[in-house]
Design a protein around this ligand. Structure first.
Ligand code: FPP
Length: 178
């Protein structure tokens, strides 16, 4: 129902071939395309790719910039095909902290594909697992503070409803590519 992919090992793959690290990220972006097309063929309802973690900001500025440009050019090159293939794209993570132009492009792509009913394609950028949990806990605490939720009613379902992946089946196959 839902495949998650942590896309790492690109740098090692490239240096192992005597190439610069960023060519590994470029090859990774091509692989994302192939995987998405395979999910479409196999009718996998949800694909989530973890592309940039909250820790990845510690990479050299030139590599971070390369990745931000790669996300932007990937989207520009793929948006028509996503629509043709009935794919709904969503960006998850602390998206609002990304460069303004990228945030706009992401929101635009989400908007254009929002009525598509095929594969749900989530791209996690500026994402952290603990960060997602902390964000959910803060939202829940706020609802309790506002009086719209009782502490004793906080359960599995409430927690789930406050995750980025709300309304989606849980990830049941996680692949870490490296
Ligand atoms: C981490 O591992 C990987 C990244 C920081 C980037 C992953 C991004 C892509 C594959 C770009 C394409 C994505 C989309 C959605 C277009 P690393 O490769 O730096 O790991 P290593 O240093 O351990 O080899």
């Amino acid at each position: 129902q839902h495949i998650g992919i942590i896309m790492d090992g690109n740098g090692r793959w490239a240096t192992g071939k005597g190439l610069i690290r960023t060519s590994g990220h470029k090859a990774g972006a091509n692989t994302v395309k192939n995987i998405l097309n395979t999910c479409i063929k196999l009718n996998i309802p949800v694909l989530t790719v973890y592309a940039f973690s909250t820790e990845n900001w510690k990479r050299p500025v030139s590599e971070v910039n390369f990745l931000m440009n790669l996300f932007s050019s990937f989207l520009a090159a793929q948006i028509d095909e996503l629509c043709e293939n009935n794919v709904r794209i969503k960006f998850i993570g602390r998206i609002d902290e990304l460069p303004n132009n990228l945030v706009k492009e992401f929101h635009r792509a989400e908007d254009i594909t929002k009525n598509n009913t095929g594969v749900k394609f989530n791209v996690a950028i500026n994402y952290g697992g603990r960060d997602e949990i902390i964000t959910a806990v803060k939202n829940i605490a706020q609802q309790v503070k506002d009086g719209s939720l009782l502490v004793e009613n906080v359960d599995d379902k409430v927690f789930e409803d406050n995750l980025y992946t709300r309304n989606l089946p849980p990830v049941d196959l996680m692949i870490r590519t490296s």
